[in-house]
Design a protein around this ligand. Sequence first.
Ligand code: GLA
Length: 397
Amino acid sequence: MLRKTVAVVAAVAALATLPLQIAARLAVTPVEAVVATPPMGYNDWNAFGCDVDDRLIRETADAMVANGMVAAGYEYVNIDDCWSLPERRDGRLVADPAKFPDGIKPLADYLHRRGLKLGIYGDAGTLTCAGYPGSLGHEQVDADTWASWGVDYLKYDNCHNSSDGSRADFVRRYTAMSSALRLSGRPIVLSLCEWGQSQPWTWASGVGQLWRTTGDIADTWDSLRSIIAQNAPLSRYAGPGAFNDPDMLEVGNGGMTDTEYRTHMIMWAMMAAPLIAGADLRALTPSTLALLTDPGLIAIDQDRLGLQATVLSDTGGRLVLDKPLSDGDHAIAFYNPTDTAASMGVRLTATGLAAAPGYRIRDLTTAAESPATPTLEATVPPHGTAVFRITPLKGPT
Ligand code: GLA
């Protein structure tokens, strides 16, 4: 409640500073994007950096339809940095014709015809991180441009931000784009990407639908471990339409072991994180595809309660996590970031599970079911994560 009030007050304060012609647009009914569960999709940055073009996006969309990712829930196809010309034309952002010969609108149409949505990238500064034009001071014209192209999602970065570093400045810059998107008349998801610098989890609920909580992920175990340590304690700030974003998935990019990638996917599901695949989806191995589309994990991530798992215990970095699910089940995970196997456990009465005469316990990695027991235990390999879905039983066991 307090969070929402702070966000609304911040939004109103920022609006008060808008020029008259923009304030006049407040007569337009603002449209807000609704994202009840964490967004799922793709972004080209982790695998391709600046090498993005129309062909990559279309081929990726085709691959997502053909390989079952769309059926599994992946929906957004997001273009990251480097899509535009290095200069504005008549004050507007223009797609680089060498990369997007038809512009962005036909690409959005192509995705929409396949039931997909298009994401784009902008920056709350004078330049993007790769040096393309930023949107600071151009919020409404850029929001209107993206809306006219049929864009559905904006990742809004924080490079070259001319900021004094104050939280008020971060709130102002991101709220300006949030308001501009609403006034564009098209529901566009706002994904704040300011790397956790101003603790957006304390103010961005109501400004955008998700916010990065950390610096950039890299395709290494050290990066994954560090990001989990930063994001896991933030559960109380997340909820439906307001998600902590520990960054895009590296699953399938080759820098981690199968165990580490499985930890990546399980922990993103437990943390109700956006599942934005970052590998080359046109060339996935069967095991990577199986992990990205794992129905048990996606059901946990996409559960409509939209809650992030709470950390029940932290023993030298080994975490026991508890995520309540809408049908009364709980997902319980044992995360072992250490370099040695660990025996981990939790008494079911110490979790948020409702008291019941018994419980059905399903291991989501092996699909094995075990009988009710007062304590759930598992031996977890180094860098591994065990995850269980637990159902309270109604009758006697
Ligand atoms: C920042 C973001 C990344 C990516 C790059 C693009 O570093 O955090 O996710 O968008 O910019 O330049």
